[in-house]
Write a protein that binds this ligand. Structure first.
Ligand code: MF3
Ligand code: CO
Length: 260
């Protein structure tokens, strides 16, 4: 069941999205070699709570963090830990904030110091594919148009698309219908309508598309242990226009010339 939102609800979604974007901007100040992922998680949790929000991932189905931590081969849903980031790592930080009953969801993959050119290119392509997906997300089109735009863009550049994890509708709940796969055919799937709010989140691999779930039941990594990148925005369709509710501006202001 897809819940279409009123303009008033989309305004609340916008506020939740602003907070998640500012949260990742705050966390961005701490991403550096030697910093533990626990530390990043605490910064996020405190910032969200100081601003009246709720860290929506914390305790969700038993998940132990405010952030999902995605170091190198981790695709999604890694736990915060005492792992200290190392020069050359990439780390995806995926965060959901609930504010006034509505959720905002965003992810950014950060470079830690200097990263290998092929890994930088993976990140750049994944981020660009998110914007290609958003450009294909238009009132009157279908979810498959988004999926196909992402898949085509990434595969043409020699990368692979994770199949098992998808974007999703979002609103009062973090995960609502419809599913938004990152691969698929144009013209299939649910119609995109005014009032729809969805999180679009390509997860793109340097090597093969295959993944495994670790024994903790959550951490999803590439089977070949090659790197994976992940970027995510929450968008809403209002007045026949697609609005990106989250922003990377706070993050990229902090990263300066190190942005992806
Ligand atoms: N932010 C993730 C997503 O994009 C979900 C986090 S799963 C959780 O869908 F369990 F950690 F909350
Ligand atoms: Co999401």
């Amino acid at each position: 069941m897809i819940y279409l939102k009123t303009p008033e609800e989309i305004e609340k979604m916008q506020r939740a999205c602003d907070l998640v974007s500012r949260t990742l901007g705050e966390v961005a100040k701490h991403v550096a070699p030697g910093v533990t992922t626990h530390k990043l998680d605490s910064v996020a949790r405190e910032f969200i709570m100081d601003n009246g929000g709720k860290p929506a991932c914390l305790g969700y189905g038993g998940f132990p963090g405010t952030l999902c931590i995605e170091v190198n081969e981790t695709v999604v849903h890694g736990f915060p830990s005492n792992y200290a980031l190392r020069e050359g790592d990439i780390v995806g930080l995926d965060c959901v904030v609930e504010l006034d009953g509505y959720n905002g969801d965003q992810c950014y993959t950060f470079p830690v110091g200097e990263i290998a050119p092929e890994v930088m290119a993976l990140c750049q392509t994944t981020k660009e594919s998110l914007y290609r997906g958003i450009a294909a997300c238009k009132e009157g089109k279908r979810i498959g148009d988004i999926s196909n735009a992402i898949q085509t863009f990434c595969e043409q550049r020699g990368y692979t698309v994770v199949r098992e994890m998808c974007g999703h509708g979002i609103g009062r709940k973090m995960h609502e219908d419809p599913e938004v796969p990152n691969y698929g055919r144009r013209g299939i799937g649910p119609l995109i309508k005014n009032g729809m709010c969805i999180a679009i989140e390509p997860m793109i691999n340097l090597g093969s598309k295959n993944i495994v779930i670790e024994r903790d039941g959550w951490t999803c990594r590439t089977r070949d242990r090659k790197p994976s990148a992940h970027y995510e925005h929450t968008v809403a369709i209002l007045d026949n226009t697609t609005r990106i509710l989250t922003t990377f501006d706070y993050i990229e202001e902090v990263l300066g010339d190190r942005f992806i």
